[in-house]
Design a protein around this ligand. Sequence first.
Ligand code: SAH
Length: 250
Amino acid sequence: MAARVSFIGAGPGAADLITLRGARVLGAAQAVLFDALTDPALRAMAPQAEWIDVGKRGFAHATAQPTINALLLATAGRHSRVVRLKGGDPSVLGRLEEELDTLLAAGIDCEVIPGVTAALAAAADALRPLTRRGSGRSVSLTTAMTQLGSLHATRSADTEVFYMAGRQLGALSAKLLLAGWPGQTPVCVVSRAGWPDRRVSSHSVASLADAGPLHADRPAVVTVGAGGAALASAGTALSASPAKAPAATT
Ligand code: SAH
């Protein structure tokens, strides 16, 4: 059988955030190349497969992208059903273009199965819709890091969700002010969204540095603008259903 590589979005956290389609294709895999941020419980969905760790997490133990591309090609040469499991959604800040390009150029059949990206899981955990009638018509998913590793902030949508800024929240605050966000703009930071130990905190653009210690060494997204604001009724809703309340709200 000709090789097919399925890129599957695992979702940002707990294994049950994968889609039914993702779980079905994962269950038929002979080999799985996986990232550091994916839940180890996903392994139980494909115990028969060879699991290959190509974890990329922040700046630690990064497997170089050309090495991952070469591994994908080699694995597709040995197996007909290969899964490339990625945290969140494969199409969002996941270097999907390089991996797809490598495989398609070699004539290998590919498919992409979407997943829940961190911004959406964070909005769910915080009970803060990303769009708001009247004030939040657009959402932008943005990396705070440029390709060369420097911090960058923009104001391009009513709600701007920044990925990969967790280690530099104080510096991000200054960049947001420079980008034109007023100091009192609401900001919500969620770390380990989608996991049972997720943490949610509320800030303003001017006070964002306060979030640093709360979310240290945890993957986090920073939601700025309309979608970062708590709902007017949030206090009532959270105390009415403690089981669904975020793990920590400040
Ligand atoms: N493809 C992934 C994003 C990969 S980039 C997705 O769609 O979610 C890695 C960045 O994603 C991290 O630096 C962090 O900003 C964010 N991230 C990943 N998992 C997260 C989680 N569980 N909670 C909050 N942010 C997360």
